[in-house]
Design a protein around this ligand. Structure first.
Ligand code: IMP
Length: 467
């Protein structure tokens, strides 16, 4: 069928050729990253590409990310475990740049095993930092305190609207070094772990006392950690060597970005970002695999925009249409259940994200959600204090001043959820895909028309018409 990837034996691995083989030669890596503010549907693409890869690896973030994957009508909600776990024979790696809540990890592993999924292929870096209960408490306490202080002092809030999964405090402690605990410390146990937890608990109790929080008992926490450490011991290793050995042996590695580019601590809409490098730029430090090993970067984007938490979003819309899109797209947080903010497509932001990630292919998701919307808007430039610009402003204070300048595209009435090739799509939906390709200069290689793995248009051979 035109536009479809041929199925042919792969000499190197003796497996069938999959889309992965088009993206990534043997001995190389590819990545799947979110191009917006998260929840673009990356999990589905990681899951779809995983069969051609020998390892799927996370390199940043923690249980703040949420991947919902639907396979054969079965829904899996994963936060920490890489979605590669659903593929027998594929290693699921959590790299050194991620932060791991060990209680949450064990919960996820138990849930997967209860559904018959073998989880022995999970390997967690001994250098990944551990999210402790006191980090989560601090995350919630800081958010509440910032809101209260801002109210008291009549200044604008500097709360971030975090997921309260302890991500910021864990990365802050990593940078501070003194009381940080890594997965290696956790499974080694003994004096270093006990000392660090006791010191961290004392510090935590000092600041918690001021907010009226009950003091945390470090001995009780250490007792709780013992069986957790025992359970995770077989899964902890040096993942940098593991990944390099996989690549040297001619294997393929797929990196799975948690969160998304516009939430990247250096390249996102600071300070309304998460605390790690979520873009593909974080792969090298977060995994130990240098950037030159990357042969393909799939940027995942929704056909519209969403955001959870605070921070500017130039194309945000409210009212009936926003609610319709929210309900049709199930736009409620996988991690927190919060309703997501909704906006039109922002081509300025997407062009920037494609640029910093070095995106080679785009996966456009949720196209079906726009079925029945009369007119579709796409922001092509911003008006900033009367000056037109097509540059993104990755600083929240600047971006707040950006007013979107729109191009209007005709909508499509049809339900596209049954379409399986680009030519099945109505002309208006195809025009939207082509508009994105022209704006980004990158082919839209996948189009998602529903949550199931099967509801995907594969379009890997596509070239891009000049803008
Ligand atoms: P944190 O990562 O919990 O510190 O939250 C920082 C900001 O990033 C908040 O606005 C969160 O809502 C947002 N965020 C973090 N992870 C994700 C994600 O995976 N999807 C969408 N938003 C996220």
């Amino acid at each position: 069928m035109p536009g479809q990837t041929p199925i042919a034996p792969d000499a190197a691995t003796d497996r069938q050729t999959t889309p992965a083989h088009t993206l990534c030669p043997t001995g190389r890596a590819a990545a799947v990253v979110g191009l917006q503010w998260g929840d673009e549907g990356k999990g589905k693409y990681v899951d779809l590409l995983a069969p051609g890869f020998d390892a799927v690896a996370r390199y940043n973030g923690g249980a703040n990310a949420g991947h919902t994957i639907v396979v054969g009508g079965q829904k899996y909600a994963l936060h920490l475990v890489p979605s590669g776990i659903l593929h027998p024979g594929t290693k699921a790696v959590i790299g050194n740049g991620a932060v791991v809540d060990p209680f949450q990890l064990v919960k996820e592993l138990d849930a997967l095993e209860a559904r018959g999924i073998d989880t022995t292929a999970l390997v967690v870096s001994s250098r990944a930092h551990v999210v402790m209960p006191y980090h989560k408490a601090m995350d919630a306490r800081l958010e509440a305190a910032m809101e209260e202080l801002a109210r008291e002092q009549g200044v604008s809030t500097t709360a971030i609207g975090t997921t309260k999964r302890g991500i910021g405090p864990t990365y802050a402690e990593k940078a501070l070094r003194m009381t940080a605990v890594r997965m290696g410390d956790l499974i080694r146990g003994g004096g270093i772990l006990a000392d660090r937890v006791k010191l961290a608990a004392s510090l935590h109790n000092q600041s918690g006392a001021a907010s009226g929080e009950a003091p945390l008992d470090p001995e009780a926490l250490l007792r709780e950690l013992e069986p957790i450490a025992e359970r995770l011991r077989p899964n902890v290793a040096d993942t940098t060597y593991l990944l390099h050995e996989t690549l040297s042996a001619g294997g393929r590695v797929l990196f799975e970005g948690g969160n998304a580019t516009l939430l990247d601590i250096d390249h996102g809409t600071y300070p309304y970002v998460t605390s790690s490098n979520c873009s593909a730029l974080g792969i090298a430090t977060g995994s130990g695999v240098p950037g030159r090993m990357l042969s393909g970067v799939v940027g995942v984007m929704k056909a519209y925009t969403t955001r959870v938490g605070l921070g500017p979003m130039p194309t945000e819309i409210e009212g009936e249409l926003a609610q319709t899109i929210r309900d049709r797209g199930g736009e409620y947080g996988t991690t927190t259940g919060r309703p997501r903010r909704i906006g039109w497509l922002d081509l300025v932001a997407l062009r920037y994200s494609a640029m910093v990630n070095g995106v080679t292919h785009v996966a456009m998701t949720m196209l079906d959600v726009l079925g029945g919307v009369d007119e579709i808007k796409a922001c092509t430039a911003y008006d900033v204090d009367g000056v037109k610009t097509d540059r993104f402003l990755p600083d929240a204070a600047d971006l707040t001043r950006a007013k979107p300048l729109y191009e209007t595209l005709p909508g499509f009435a049809q339900d596209v959820s049954g379409c399986r090739s680009i030519s099945d799509l109505p002309a208006e939906a195809r025009a939207l895909v082509e508009r994105v390709e022209a704006a980004l200069g990158v082919p839209v290689a996948f189009v998602g028309v529903g949550p199931d793995r099967a509801q995907t248009i594969m379009n890997l051979d596509r070239g891009v018409a000049p803008a």
